[in-house]
Design a protein around this ligand. Structure first.
Ligand code: WTA
Length: 653
């Protein structure tokens, strides 16, 4: 049982419950009968949602389910980019703002209307065509949070090519692996981006990555920071040279509903990240519907700020596809929360009149730590709804969000979902569902979730166990790129025929759902998924390291922090320099977010008789808990020795 669980347990005794907001109830997009209607016939519910998209050929089939493979609306055809852009422009909404772009440097802002976004996407689609991109290809996008990243995504979608957006914080090795795995032939990038006041380099990482990826034939480069970059003759093209002069018209073709839309790499339980595949119509239906109902979106008046990175699924679903399908106005902010002062966020809310704010608990906790004076110095009265995603939100942060930011009147939607689910799966609905600090409450209409024990039996109210999804849903991943076996095994075999999320959960006595966090070797650091194996793999790549065991230990700010235990090869000695080098190596191989907060060099690792490293016990050590059952260990004294060492060694951050 982890600390999150204990915190929630402790809190459950005195849980507060907030009734659905009366103010919302009167005008909410979701009605009180929506759960019953969707339950009565989930497929009909989703089919009705899907009909709100614009189809070139309307579908007649809803779901085809041959476990573990599902298709939705499969005989229909449509174009994702037309659904995000053309139809809004055709409806006379061309002047509506799609994005208020706020760059990290003060004053660096752009207003992008639906008309201008449409034209730029057409230009980019024409340029990508010129580079030979055709339907069915994959294109890698490695960009800062700038409008061109969204333009590139939509241009791929327009051509029926799948994008693979790689988070800008990843390094050359991680980038090369992802480019190769999806066999991308074209990369869209920028010279760099602005992060914490400095210009970071992106093109330089692409150059290094492409030394390992000879199949890449073209690179399109946006000039963002103006830094010096090398351009390879014949391979590299500036965006302003190739895209800007193109025609702002591009006739979009319709593609099958199941046309791949994107691949997004995420960490699993092994060192190899998995390429999660999403296709077009089911995914768009899911994100469009959830974006409208969960956030109670009024597209003509709301200003939505999903403060996430485009390199993660939250950015894909709730900065790009959900809001654009709904014709919403969003804020797109490039930088870190305290660039230009600890009140930067609240200035953005005030300046743009943000009404819906959606972010991760780690950010909420950071903003909370900085102090109330920053939000209190700004007029936040435009806010009407607050959302949380990415990790369990502790009740204290939830209450702070509600009271200090939402002034007690904004409903909070704690939304549980995953890269694999495509869109929100469990959440309260504003105006309809009551909320409790720290609870995701219940499944979204049309989604069937349960909490089960080892044998797949429902635990019922008051019980805890594994979170499963009982039936296929439109936004579900269609597989792991190039690895159908891993897909079937990871998600559909633990509880046969049901989707196994890898999260622990609990139903309280009222039947409300609480997510307790990962039950596998996946860590959640600041809302980013990392695999323990991936970090271990990086550590053992160092010549001094014999073995490594990595755990996610609970951390006040980041949710979990990476803690590593390593043993050294003979001839190498523990030193501060070595620990620094190891941390740098992880940062270089995976990215700075994976850097261990602590690395403890120990003579041995605790192992079972069969030689398995007991990570569960190392997590107890890392969290300074009394040691659990050590009887299965080959040599229990190893663990006490590590525990003593941990307590005696000052933290190295
Ligand atoms: C965790 C992010 C508790 C969970 C959209 C899941 C959450 C993983 C919540 C997916 C929540 C996400 N409460 N935990 N509201 N939302 N998680 O793929 O462990 O980056 O399995 O998708 O984040 O992370 P991913």
């Amino acid at each position: 049982m982890n600390n999150t669980h204990e915190a929630i347990e402790a809190h459950l005794g005195e849980v507060r419950r907030f009734a659905p907001s009366a103010q919302f109830a009167a005008t909410a997009n979701a009605t009180v009968t929506i759960y019953d209607e969707a339950d009565a016939d989930p497929e009909a519910f989703w089919a009705a949602c899907a009909r709100k998209l614009e189809w070139a050929t309307p579908f007649t089939k809803t779901l085809d389910w041959t476990p573990p493979n599902a298709t939705w609306f499969s005989d229909g055809t449509l174009n994702a980019s037309v659904n995000c852009l053309d139809r809004h422009v055709a409806a006379g909404l061309g002047d509506r703002v799609a994005y208020h772009f706020v760059g990290e440097p003060e004053g660096d802002t752009r207003t992008i209307t639906y008309q201008s976004l449409f034209e730029e996407v057409c230009r980019a689609a024409n340029a990508l065509s010129q580079l030979g991109v055709v339907a069915g290809d994959r294109v890698a996008i490695y960009m800062p949070m700038i409008p061109e990243a969204i333009v590139a995504m939509l241009a791929c979608a327009r051509l029926g090519a799948a994008h693979s957006v790689i988070f800008g914080g990843f390094t050359a090795d991680a980038l090369a692996h992802r480019i190769t795995d999806a066999d991308c032939r074209v990369v869209v990038t920028a010279d760099g981006g602005f992060r914490r006041g400095a210009a970071s380099g992106l093109k330089v990482n692409v150059d290094a990555a492409l030394e390992q990826c000879p199949q890449v034939r073209s690179v399109l480069v946006v000039r963002r920071t103006g830094q010096e970059v090398s351009m390879h003759e014949g391979r590299d093209h500036w965006w302003h040279d190739l895209v800007s002069p193109q025609s702002p018209v591009h006739e979009a073709q319709a593609f099958p509903a199941e046309q791949p839309l994107y691949v997004m790499y995420t960490s699993g339980t092994t060192a190899k990240p998995k390429g999660i595949l999403h296709t077009t119509a089911g995914y768009l239906t899911h994100v469009m519907t959830t974006h409208s109902l969960v956030f109670d979106l009024k597209a003509d008046t709301d200003v939505v700020w999903t403060a996430a990175d485009i390199g993660w699924v939250t950015g894909h679903s709730y900065i790009v596809y959900g809001p654009l399908c709904n014709g919403a106005t969003s804020v797109l902010y490039e930088g870190v929360p305290d660039a230009g002062g600890k009140d930067r966020w609240w200035r953005i809310v005030e300046d743009y009149g943000v009404t819906i704010l959606y972010t991760a608990p780690t950010t909420i906790r950071t903003l909370m730590k900085w102090g109330d004076e920053f939000p209190l110095a700004h007029d936040l009265t435009s806010l009407r709804l607050l959302g949380s995603v990415g990790e369990p939100i502790n009740p204290e942060a939830w209450m702070w969000y509600r009271e200090v930011i939402g002034k007690g009147h904004c409903p909070i939607v704690d939304t549980w979902w995953q890269t694999e689910t495509g869109g929100i799966m469990a959440t309260p609905l504003p105006g309809v569902t009551a909320t409790k600090p720290g609870a995701a409450m219940r499944a979204f209409p049309g989604i069937s979730i349960d909490v089960v024990d080892q044998d797949g039996q429902s635990v019922g109210n008051g019980g805890g166990g594994f979170l499963v999804v009982n039936k296929p849903w439109p936004g579900m991943t269609r597989g792991i790129w190039g690895d159908p076996e891993r897909y079937a095994e990871t998600y559909w075999s633990q509880v046969p025929g049901r989707y196994f999320a890898g999260d622990g959960a609990k139903l309280d006595d009222d039947g409300d759902l609480w997510i307790l966090g990962r039950i596998d070797d996946v860590m959640n650091v600041s809302g980013h998924r990392l695999s323990t194996a991936e970090v271990e793999h990086a550590l053992v790549a160092h010549e001094a390291v014999a073995e490594a065991a990595v755990v996610g230990a609970s951390d006040e700010t980041t949710g979990q922090a990476v803690v590593a235990f390593v043993t050294l090869r003979s001839g190498f000695d523990a030193s501060e320099v070595l620990v620094d080098n190891l941390r740098a190596l992880v940062a270089q191989m995976i990215g700075p977010i994976a850097k261990p907060k602590r690395i403890l060099v120990t003579p041995e690792l605790p192992k079972t008789r069969s030689g398995k490293i007991m990570r569960r016990l190392l997590r107890d050590v890392a969290e300074h808990r009394s040691l659990g059952d050590t009887t299965t260990l080959l040599d229990p004294s190893v663990l006490s020795m590590i525990d003593d060492l941990m307590r005696a060694t000052p933290s190295d951050d």
